[in-house]
Structure formats: C-alpha cells, structure tokens
Design a protein around this ligand. Structure first.
Ligand SMILES: Nc1ncnc2c1ncn2[C@@H]1O[C@H](COP(=O)(O)OP(=O)(O)OP(=O)(O)O)[C@@H](O)[C@H]1O
Length: 345
C-alpha cells in the first residue's frame, strides 16, 4: 500500500499586486498545479525543484499545514488537514528554517516534553533517544539550551525531536541548509541509516543535490508547480543524454582527434594533452583499450555524469513538459486565501 497518495494536488494563492499608485489587483499564483505523487512505504524520495517551484507548498499540504485548493491527498491513509492530529502522531517533520524545539530549554527537556505530548511509552522513548544520541553524537550538547546551539547541533536535535514518537513518514524540508561539511555528513549518514532499516518513509526537499545522490533512489522534480520528472537519477541522465566520461592524459597531443565508435570526443584540454570521451554505447574499458593502441596514456580516470549539470539543464528548459497527470477529482473545498508570503491559510 502507498503511504503517500496525492492526485491532482493543487494550491492557488490569491495575492494582491500593485497595479498603479493606489490600485491593487488580485492575482492567482498556482504554487502547486496538479501534482500526482505516490510513495511506497519505506521509500526515500527526493523532491526537488528550482526556487519557487512549489516544494514547500506541497509538503505543507501533505503534512496538513495547508488546505489544498483541489485534488485528493492521503498520508498514512489519513486526510492531512481533516485528520491532522491523528496524522501528527504518525509523521515527523523537519523544516530546516523553523524549529520545533523549545528555545529556552535544554535539548534533553524538549525531548522529555515531546514524550509527554506524543504519549510515547517510556521504554520506546528511551530506546529511540539512545539510538539518536549515538548516531548523531548528541551527548555533548544535550544539556545546553536550544538558543545556544550551533545550527548543526540544533539540526541534529530537530531530527531527533521528529523521530522520538516513531513516525512512519519523515518529511524533511532542506535539512542540511547552512550546515558545514561535517554536520552535513552526520545528518546524511543518519538519514541513510534510517533508510536502511526501511521502517521510515522519507520525503526530502533540498537544493543540495549531494543529499539526493547519497540518499534517494527516486527523484521527483517539480517546476512551476508541476511534476517534470519522476524516476531514478539514472533515468534523468538518460533523458538528457549525459554519460560517464573517460578522461585521459597523454604524454604528447595526437595530430588528429581520435574517432572512437560509441564514444564521441566530449572535451579537449591542456593543448590536446587531456581528452574526455563520452561513453555513449562504448564501455569505459573499451575506450581505454582503443586509446592505449593510439597513444601513450599517462593517466586515466572515469568521471560519473554530474547531477548538478543535468538538473541545471532541466531547470533551465524554457517550458518544462509536465508529466501527464490524471484529471483531478472534484475540488473538496472552495478555498481561496489572501495571505502574506509566510502565512498559513
Ligand atoms: N503564503 C503564500 N502566499 C502567496 N504566495 C505563496 C505563498 N507561499 C508560497 N507562495 C508562492 O508559491 C510559489 C511556490 O512557493 P514554495 O515556497 O512552495 O516554493 P519552493 O519550491 O519551496 O521554493 P524554495 O526552493 O525557494 O524554498 C512561489 O511563487 C511563492 O511565492
């Protein structure tokens, strides 16, 4: 059974924009425009898109913070807004820019309060906290008030707070934003470990594609509120024709650029002493074997296709083609809001 099911999910915001010195006009912003998303239990899904694509808005609808303007959504079989309290017991949420911890309390006390709020049995709470303490190295700052923690320490606290009640789904909105490389690595390792056990479904939005590469087999890309890719990272590379590169350093440049079947020359550097070939249908081994018959190779490396490149190409496609989505079911509520940028309807 899918733990997340969304069909024709839509969120329109009505905003007022200046249209002259005194006049304001209403304009509808379709932040999410018919998103269809199904996530199986235990899956780790990367949900990415350029700024303003509609990622946070989707997450807010999935977690019951925002009422959809149209569409059907079920998380853990529940309707997020109507059954928000029940849903809160079954999901965990980490919004990188916001905190769910008590600012003036030491982390340890925040965790204790959460145990009472979620009515977690003492033994379960202790076991989960023990695991987080060891995997996230919490001990050195457990007794420090949250306001005095560094961003990386706080984020480790946020992750723990989101997991202490044993959620089935963890929603993470930019969990590594602003973290240094060491904290990023700690958070990624922790999430990878969480994914390995397969008990928690993970939906992650991030601008750091290394998070996605490390954690997610499946990638959903949205742009202008619509899904433009849903599949593996490899499928995305295939779609944009990005390939592994074989890069060779030569002692001396060749008089003519070599023509290799199935591996066109991709780049030439260092006055022809460094050549890169794209492995379209040839394997890296075949490319190296052919080249070594043509020249003395000083050095050889194989470079995996760069996810940043392919995603940048996807984002800069002028009119991304949305994947076909089934027609949305009838709108459950007639909902129109006028809100400030950070308002919640
Ligand atoms: N409360 C709101 N009122 C009006 N417009 C909103 C509101 N929230 C979001 N929007 C608009 O909806 C669109 C999608 O915003 P959203 O925050 O979901 O994007 P995002 O993909 O999370 O972006 P980012 O990567 O920059 O965080 C944007 O055009 C944004 O300005």
């Amino acid at each position: 059974m899918n733990i997340i099911e969304a069909h024709g999910l839509r969120k329109d915001f009505v905003v007022r924009v200046r249209a002259g010195r005194l006049r304001r006009e209403k304009r509808v912003v379709s932040a999410v425009d018919g998103v269809g998303l199904t996530v199986a239990r235990g899956e780790m899904l990367g949900y990415i898109g350029p700024n303003g694509a509609g990622k946070s808005t989707t997450l807010k609808m999935l977690t019951g913070v925002l009422m959809p303007s149209a569409g059907e959504v079920r998380v853990c079989g529940l309707r997020p807004v109507a059954q928000r309290t029940r849903l809160a017991m079954r999901i965990g949420v980490v919004f990188g820019q916001r905190s769910q911890l008590w600012w003036d309390l030491p982390l340890r006390d925040s965790f204790d309060l959460l145990r009472h709020i979620y009515r977690v049995p003492t033994a379960d709470h202790a076991a989960r906290l023990r695991r987080c303490r060891s995997l996230l190295d919490l001990d050195e700052f457990l007794d420090i008030p949250v306001r005095q923690l560094s961003l990386g320490q706080r984020m480790r606290g946020e992750l723990t707070a989101a997991l202490l009640h044993g959620p089935e789904v963890l929603f993470l909105d930019e969990p590594t934003i602003g973290l240094d490389v060491v904290s990023k690595r700690a958070v990624r390792e922790f999430l990878a470990e969480l994914g390995r056990t397969g008990d928690t479904t993970l939906l992650l939005t991030t601008h750091d594609l290394a998070d996605i590469e490390r954690l997610c087999r499946r990638l959903v890309v949205i742009d202008h509120g619509r899904v433009v890719h849903d599949g593996s990272i490899e499928a995305l590379h295939a779609r944009y024709g990005s390939h592994r590169l074989v890069v060779v350093d030569l002692d001396e440049p060749l008089p003519e650029p070599p023509v290799l079947p199935g591996a066109p020359l991709y780049r030439t550097e260092s006055d022809g002493r460094r050549l890169a070939f794209a492995c379209e249908s040839a394997t890296a081994g075949e490319v190296v074997a052919r080249l070594s018959g043509l020249a003395a190779l000083r050095d050889v490396s194989v470079v995996e296709p760069d996810i940043e490149d392919v995603v940048a190409r996807l984002y800069t496609t002028p009119t991304p083609t949305a994947l076909p989505t089934p027609p949305p079911p009838p709108c459950p509520v007639d909902h129109e809001v006028v809100v400030a940028r950070d308002g919640v309807s």
